[in-house]
Design a binder for this molecule. Sequence first.
Ligand code: GDP
Length: 302
Amino acid sequence: MFEKLRQAFTAVAKAARERKISGRELDELLSEFEISLIESDVAQQVAEELIQEVKKKLSGASIERSDDPALFVKESIRGVLEEVFAKAGSVDLFRRIEEKKSSGEPFVILFLGINGSGKTTTVAKLASILKERGISVVSAAGDTHRPGAIEQLTEHAERLGMKVVSQRYGADAAAVGRDGYLYAKAHHVEVLLIDTAGRMQTNQNLMEEMAKIVRVVTPDFKVFVADSLTGNDAVSQAELFSKYTGFDGVILTKADADAKGGAGLSIVYSTQKPILFLGMGQGYKDLKPFDRQSFIDSLLEN
Ligand code: GDP
């Protein structure tokens, strides 16, 4: 997982150790680092900006005075990464759910993302985690466009012993979400998970439909589901959803199959929203909390 991104960081740290770093050498080292970031699916603009920030930290005089320039380079990179993740902040979803309990209203989570990113599967995975924690959960089949989407969610729900609120295909997704909310409230269900449609992100109608669901349902949490295998596309989709609907956090799916690893870093950098979970497979147990410190440490361990 994320081998290529890890190699990019390992290579710059190694090169910094082996070469005598001064002015031109440093520029060369950082431009190689920039290329390897891009090769690891970090969006070009993000890679450029990250390098500029590393350069600022390494500003000439201080690196030459440093006892250990290689360590200085590595720690400067660590500093930049820590700032990127700190700007995105962090969210304790389970605490937020707990806090909503006393209001007697369900905590509503809206899943956003394009077709195939893993939304429906992730709804099921999160439902499974919530149930395991003793939190009651219901889902709403808000993808009323993709053939089979309602049945797919219903199948998962049957396996998990979860109710699905649904209407027919072509129904107004905002109305489905609203029905889900009314059901959850009437039955004192603590969490409502709303699946949504995800026709191509360039589709203006989709963005308008999502914006409408957000207005009607006023979710407590909007999660953008990003397929890490789609690299730069995932970043532009994140930016688009961020513009039209906003979102509060990211779930990065298919991390188990992603040998590159740059998509998540780019999304966090460009939207300033935290990653909550990594999708690590197709099973219900394959949703793992994302720990930013271990992620940074794993990139810089060598
Ligand atoms: P949706 O169109 O966004 O609802 O996407 P689906 O939930 O239907 O997922 C699309 C495909 O991706 C399915 O075959 C899922 O089993 C698969 N998938 C979802 N999440 C993961 C993951 O974390 N890892 C892997 N390897 N596959 C996943």
